[in-house]
Design a binder for this molecule. Structure first.
Ligand code: SF4
Length: 333
């Protein structure tokens, strides 16, 4: 049976050392590429509007991730509040862009560890899936330290926008089993205009290379569940704004031709995108077909292609008490 690396790191004392090293960095925060330099230990907040305690916006079994992540019992998903990006089309904007409202969702690391055990023992999820973790890396490692002592043994998924710092990622080696980063843009101009991340491309590409160095190609078990590896998500944007050709060509050449890719066609002009002409519509059939042809041309064989259409069905609603997603949908085909 697969044993996540964090268990050996816990017993050797290395997991505690990593947590302490990361917590020290909160004193002049450079947890993510923004390098705000604020003292989060004393409650200061930088670009992500997050201080010392993790903001936990929702905890649930998620059935709409890639099949190797969701399996039949669901992915044990922990939605972190706030974000280190400002995507104008963010479908999670209710929790990512409302830092005042999310204050009430702050949770100490011990309670978060208990929630992880709930996902493992009561909901019987296949993994722990941290969504938007980049600005809370120290707190999440601390929660893992606590959770291991309570019996956590599930693989951990790091489900990120890709705007991660190499230094933080290095501290996660052996702790994270499955990296699930977005590769959102190939142009810093669009990354700045639509996500306020003017240096996104270089950081996301370096982060993906570091993730691949740590975990390599996707490995699944006999039941078809992910044990370890990298899955890169690419959301097709209208008007070629995601730079699909550039990004996927880069992946094949600079990461690996065998990399696993999840192509997402669910773009919907959520949040403020309806007021931005180039982002105010869903993708067209020809934009979708263009990416399918690209995948063929590049010889990318590992991964999933989300079917076009029904984008509204994929939108979460974090005001729903029980579950932000309609649990009947299965959005990765
Ligand atoms: S984690 Fe937040 S405070 Fe720290 S560098 Fe990134 S945006 Fe700034």
């Amino acid at each position: 049976m697969y044993e996540p690396g964090y268990i050996a790191l816990y017993h050797s004392g290395e997991l505690e050392r990593r947590a302490e090293a990361l917590e020290t960095r909160l004193g002049a925060c450079y947890i993510c590429p923004r390098e705000c330099g604020v003292n989060r230990l004393t409650g200061e907040e930088g670009f992500c509007h997050s201080a010392l305690l993790p903001v936990v916006s929702a905890v649930c079994a998620h059935h709409g991730e890639e099949p190797v992540i969701s399996g039949n019992k669901g992915s044990g998903t922990v939605f972190l509040g706030n974000c280190n990006m400002r995507c104008v089309y963010c479908q999670n904007y209710q929790i990512s862009q409302d830092w005042t409202g999310q204050k009430s969702r702050e949770m100490d690391c011990h309670t978060l560890a208990e929630r992880m055990l709930y996902l493992q023992d009561e909901l019987e999820c296949h993994n722990i899936n941290f969504v938007s973790p980049s600005h809370f890396v120290p707190q999440l490692v601390r929660a893992v330290v606590e959770a291991v002592s309570m019996g956590l043994r599930l693989p951990i998924v790091y489900n990120t926008n890709g705007y991660d710092s190499i230094e933080s990622l290095r501290e996660l080696e052996g702790i994270i089993s499955i990296y699930l980063p977005d590769l959102r843009y190939a142009s810093d101009k669009w990354a700045e205009e639509f996500s306020q991340a003017p240096d996104y491309v270089a950081h996301a590409r370096a982060a993906i290379q570091e993730m691949y160095r740590q975990v390599g190609d996707l490995v699944v078990d006999d039941a078809g569940l992910a044990q370890q590896g990298l899955i890169v998500r690419h959301l097709i944007l209208p008007n070629r704004l995601a730079g699909s050709d550039d990004s996927l060509t880069w992946l094949v050449r600079e990461v690996s031709p065998t990399v696993t890719v999840s192509i997402m066609a669910q773009y919907f002009p959520a949040h403020r995108a309806g007021q931005i002409p180039s982002l105010s519509r869903q993708i067209t059939q020809s934009e979708y077909s263009e990416v399918i042809e690209l995948i063929d041309r590049l010889g990318l064989e590992n991964g999933w292609l989300q079917e076009a259409g029904a984008a509204e069905n994929y939108l979460p609603d974090f005001t729903r008490q029980s579950h932000p997603f309609d649990s009947t949908i299965d959005y990765i085909k």
